[in-house]
Design a protein around this ligand. Structure first.
Ligand SMILES: [Ca+2]
Length: 103
């Protein structure tokens, strides 16, 4: 059970993560954006085929509705992130104070 402050922290981390992934800032996470961020995160440790597979699976897991763009809305993203061990997942997102949080 999360405390109210932990829930707020999780939401803040989700907001930061969504902003990182939503490169064109249109409010929808597209597969191409997720792929670009994953490439930056893993460098050459995975093949393009592996990254495409991870992107496809992740988008399918995040998407709850059939949006016209095929992307993932903020609401879908937050709902998905709230239903898993978010603290563990979001440990990949740097703490605020790092340059990536200055979005
Ligand atoms: Ca976008």
């Amino acid at each position: 059970m999360y405390t109210q402050s932990t829930v707020a922290s999780i939401r803040t981390r989700c907001v930061v993560a969504f902003k990182v992934y939503d490169i064109d800032d249109d409010g929808v996470l597209q597969a191409g954006e997720l792929l670009q961020v994953l490439k930056l995160m893993v460098g050459s440790n995975l093949t393009d085929a592996d990254l495409a597979e991870i992107t496809s699976r992740t988008m399918a897991a995040l998407r709850k509705s059939d949006t016209s763009s095929g992307g993932v809305t903020w609401e879908e993203f937050y709902l998905a992130m709230s239903s898993v061990d978010v603290r563990r997942l979001m440990s990949l997102v740097p703490e605020c104070g790092s340059p990536i949080c200055d979005l």
